[in-house]
Design a binder for this molecule. Structure first.
Ligand code: SAM
Length: 120
């Protein structure tokens, strides 16, 4: 099995989106991980519900670019799911944006998607 067969649609945000707006997007779409993309759709970061909670806890209600993680761990569409699982385990994260060779976001693979494979 490869990543593209289990990945889901990613909801992305822009670096200038406000932290408050991201909180709304997370609740409205029932998601935890939002890849951050530039105007060309290329990955520049990731922001999660954890980052939003931290921003609120620190009273730092600015923009996504102030609270996102810039060094993103990614997966490729044809990468084996075992490899994606190992990356998540190694870095203590629960989702990887799936990108093409030009770093354009194709989707998201989450630990939830991978556990569904085991449950089948
Ligand atoms: N264990 C929790 C989890 O799985 O989400 C939280 C720990 S994790 C270290 C929290 C941080 O990881 C957040 O600051 C988030 O931006 C970052 N993060 C999440 N997914 C990431 C990814 N694919 N690449 C890089 N950082 C990521």
């Amino acid at each position: 099995k490869v990543v593209k067969s289990v990945m889901t649609r990613a909801i992305t945000v822009k670096p200038d989106t406000s932290v408050e707006e991201v909180a709304k997007i997370i609740i409205q779409n029932n998601v935890n991980h939002l890849p951050v993309v530039d105007d060309e759709g290329r990955l520049v970061g990731i922001v999660t519900s954890w980052d939003i909670a931290k921003a609120v806890a620190m009273g730092k209600m600015g923009k996504v670019k102030d609270v996102m993680t810039r060094k993103v761990i990614t997966a490729l569409p044809d990468e084996p799911v075992e490899s994606a699982a190992r990356k998540m385990e190694k870095h203590n994260i629960s989702a990887l944006p799936v990108v093409d060779a030009k770093m354009r976001v194709l989707g998201l693979v989450t630990s939830e998607d991978l556990s569904k494979l085991l449950a089948r």
